[in-house]
Write a protein that binds this ligand. Structure first.
Ligand SMILES: [Zn+2]
Ligand SMILES: [Zn+2]
Length: 458
């Protein structure tokens, strides 16, 4: 079939684009029934109807177009944008997911060499970035449920494919959350099943590194999950309290400040054990983590999460202290320094939190006080700067730019682990989640070092 020519649209096709713009699914459906409408027609910029509806965030129209055979990987756009790129730009999570399910390629680049995930990150659509980076089609896993080559048995029993796929595609990599996911499925939570699963994870990891379009991010995620599964096996075999014992170990905080040392060490060890030492991602991770003292920022969990999910700068979001889930909103009423999804998470954490709750309360009160003082100081500073800037318009502009960039960096590094802020590390500056400026002080220095390390590497 000859490719449609750009901008060569029939009357009905023009009406279709109009209906898409209005989100009029019924009208779009009617028009798609017309023989004068080609589902992959191109407007003068090389955009298909699917690209239009993805960009405009029209979920139902996207569904309709895919049902009518819209080509999700059409790449005729003048700047090389694909439907997935438009979905990522729009920030619509459902459409992003839909495009991936429909077979959208994730490694295609636009005319300036950016992938869909990079474009979404560029415009701050981090949820879409996470979805793209963590997409793993079920068929890729189902491959292991069939005997291959000389195998008599498949490497993965069919009944385990579903629960394992759920874990593979999760975007919350908190070790406690993963163990909870394992625990909730009786099929999965036994030694033999876990052994099969971790071996498949290792195979996928190897494939990710050896395939032509190498995917270090996915490889690292598979390796991390494999390490965690092996830890589960150990606890299933050796501990009477089995996976609950592992959860407890992962949550247990040290006496001085409640920092979960075992968890931190475990994640660091997972990263270090990544079998492909030449991987750029591994080197970046090690460089970010190695100089950090245990108990300081950033934690291994936040560094790993950032690398794997691409999540950056989710300042408004709150993360559960126990399981790392996003959107936690229930604070410990005493210390107000830890936050949970619900009572279950709080109960799970209480055995260790109760030892530091009172102490954290004092820290919190002190921080509030400091934050208020610092805010005042900053306000005065700004007033002074504004007055000075009035003298020279040019300088003032520069100030604004560098300042806002500074803040962005802070957001970046604070991502992933809210709890970090609650831990009084040495002379921690007063850090209330709301006072970005205050937060800036300490974290920035550290971040600059990390950034520089990364730059020099490039
Ligand atoms: Zn939770
Ligand atoms: Zn508390």
């Amino acid at each position: 079939m000859a490719l449609p020519k750009k901008g060569d649209l029939s009357e009905e096709e023009k009406q279709l684009l109009e209906a898409i713009g209005k989100g009029n699914t019924e009208e779009a459906a009617r028009l798609l029934g017309s023989k004068n409408v080609r589902v992959n027609c191109l407007d003068e910029h090389g955009m298909t109807p699917l690209m239009h509806s993805a960009y405009k965030g029209k979920v139902d129209v996207c569904k309709l177009l895919l049902r009518h055979g819209a080509d999700v990987n059409c790449n005729e756009h003048e700047h090389g944008y694909t439907a997935l790129m438009f979905a990522g730009l729009s920030g619509n999570k459902e459409i992003t997911w839909m495009m991936l399910e429909a077979g959208a390629e994730t490694d295609v680049v636009n005319s300036v060499g950016r992938t869909a995930a990079q474009m979404a990150a560029f415009v701050g659509q981090h949820d879409c970035v996470t979805i793209i980076n963590n997409f793993f089609p079920r068929e890729r896993l189902d491959y292991y449920t069939k005997p291959q080559g000389l195998d008599k048995e498949p490497k993965l029993p069919v009944k385990l494919a579903g629960p394992l796929h759920k874990i593979i595609t999760t975007t919350n990599l908190h070790p406690v959350k993963i163990v909870l996911l394992v625990k909730e499925n009786p099929l999965l939570a036994e030694v033999e099943a876990m052994q099969k699963c971790y071996k498949v994870l290792d195979l996928i990891c190897e494939k990710c590194m050896k395939q032509r379009d190498m995917n270090e991010v996915l490889a690292m995620k598979m390796h991390y999950l494999s390490c965690l599964f092996q830890k589960c096996i150990l606890f299933l075999k050796e501990r009477e309290d089995k996976l609950d014992g592992l959860i407890k170990s992962l949550l247990k905080g040290r006496d001085t400040d409640g920092f979960p040392v075992y968890q931190e060490k475990f994640i660091r060890e997972c990263i270090r054990k990544f079998p492909y030492c030449e991987a750029t991602l591994l080197q970046q991770l090690v460089r970010s983590i190695a100089p950090v003292e245990i108990g300081s920022d950033p934690t291994a969990f936040s560094v790993l999460t950032q690398a794997i999910t691409g999540q950056v700068g989710f300042v408004e979001a709150e993360f559960c202290t126990a399981c790392g889930e996003k959107g936690a909103a229930k604070r410990c009423s005493v210390c107000k320094m830890v936050i949970y999804c619900d009572q279950n998470c709080q109960k799970m954490h209480w055995f260790t939190h109760k030892k530091v709750c009172k102490m954290l309360k004092e820290v919190h009160e002190k921080q509030e006080l400091e934050a208020a003082k610092e805010k005042k100081r900053q306000e005065n500073k700004h007033k002074k700067e504004a007055a000075e800037a009035a003298g020279s318009a040019l300088t003032s502009e520069e100030n604004v730019v560098s300042e806002s960039e500074g803040n962005k960096e802070v957001e970046l590094k604070c991502a992933g682990e809210r709890t970090e802020q609650t831990i009084p590390s040495q002379e921690a500056p007063a850090s209330s989640p709301l006072s970005g400026h205050v937060l800036g002080g300490e974290t920035n220095l550290e971040n600059n070092a990390v950034e520089k390390a990364q730059e020099s590497e490039e």
